[in-house]
Design a protein around this ligand. Structure first.
Ligand code: TYM
Length: 329
């Protein structure tokens, strides 16, 4: 069975973008791959997080993983910091990465645009090296992610190859798995920007814990255009195209087929259908989420997950350190 690994960094509440671009695909894959899914809490603190809020976001993220359908009997769910090997291989990978490579990362450039050097943590800069360690520790064949993480998986491949060439064959080269539809869900208020938890206004972003009625309202208020016909054209109709991707991802209906159904109709009914699909999905997730939070199962899931992950990570790190000459025996 091929191995697959992915993670989410809950610096806020999980979004519909996280769900469509990543989380729901993990659920689909858990039957046919050996799947490892973690919460990337070490990645969260590259930017200051209020401790109480971070703790809540981490616990919520695990509860949402389970509520969305990840089954601890089928996959391994853990907290990144519970497996100490991540930070250790992260350091070794940092030593294998060049400053130039890190400086070229789109996400780093976006996140530091206009900021003074004094306000940017070194962690934000070396973040891709830690992400490479996350993936390489488990020899993941595939990494299911949204489009914005593709570059980070590519640098992981480069680092794996560099290590293999320098020391001998050690790491599997991972491949990013990007969904064909929904790889980049856009903001509802500015469909030229990615939907993200760091958005200034709440209206552009749907959170998985949003009241379904509020989420429906956000969809109804989504920015569209003056063409008045439902059409998939990302360049000229980015707002409508984004809604089409959301609907198609959630229902499984092909975009062409949705477009055909709305031939000659305006946006009102279309938005209503998208709003209903989103509200239904959130209702389903939230029903389970509340039960999971009450059940106290999160602690057990994380404990068992960390033990399983650690067994693999420990062996891999040992091998790496031996090859590098760090370990003497
Ligand atoms: P993060 O937390 O920013 O996002 C988690 C996952 O959600 C996807 N995603 C989106 N997909 C579609 N549309 C959007 N608007 C959208 N926003 C987010 C992301 O592409 C991602 O797949 N660095 C990672 C976490 C990480 C990781 C890893 C992932 C750490 N180590 C190892 C895979 C493997 C991150 O910050 O994702």
């Amino acid at each position: 069975m091929k191995r697959m690994l992915s993670g989410i960094k809950p610096t806020g509440e999980l979004t519909l973008g996280n769900y469509i671009g990543a989380l729901r695909n993990f659920v689909k894959y858990q039957d046919s791959y050996e799947l490892y899914v973690f919460v990337a809490n070490l990645h969260c603190v590259t930017v200051y997080q209020e401790p109480k809020e971070l703790r809540k976001n981490l616990k919520d993220a695990i509860a949402l993983y389970l509520a969305c359908g990840l089954d601890p009997e089928k996959c391994t769910i853990f907290l990144q910091s519970d497996v100490l090997e991540h930070a250790q291989l992260g350091w070794l990978m940092t030593c294998m990465t060049y400053m130039g490579e890190l400086g070229r990362m789109t996400q780093y450039k976006e996140k530091t645009k206009g900021a003074k050097d004094e306000s940017i943590s070194a962690g934000l800069f070396v973040y891709p090296s830690l992400m490479a360690a996350d993936i390489l520790l488990y020899d993941a064949d595939y990494v299911p992610v949204g489009e914005d993480q593709k570059q980070h998986v590519e640098i992981t491949r480069d680092l794996a190859q560099r290590f293999n060439n320098r020391y001998s064959e050690t790491f599997t080269l991972p491949e990013p798995l990007i969904p064909q539809v929904g790889a980049r869900i856009m903001s509802l208020t500015d469909p030229t920007k990615k939907m993200s938890k760091s958005e200034e206004s709440n209206k552009g972003c749907i959170y998985l814990t949003d009241d379904p009625a509020v989420a429906r309202k956000k969809i109804m208020g989504a920015v569209t255009d003056n063409y008045a016909h439902v059409n998939y054209d990302k360049e000229n109709q980015p707002g409508v195209s984004n809604l089409l991707e959301i609907l198609s991802s959630l229902t499984g209906e092909a975009i062409d087929s949705i477009v055909a159904r709305y031939e000659g109709k305006g946006y009102g009914d279309f938005k209503k259908e998208v709003g209903d699909a989103v509200a239904n999905e959130l209702t389903m997730i939230q029903n389970r989420y509340n039960d999971i939070l009450k059940s106290g199962m999160i602690e057990t899931v994380l404990k068992e997950g960390a033990e399983k992950a650690h067994r693999i990570a420990f062996r891999k790190l040992k091998k790496v350190q031996k090859k590098m000459g760090i370990d003497i025996f």
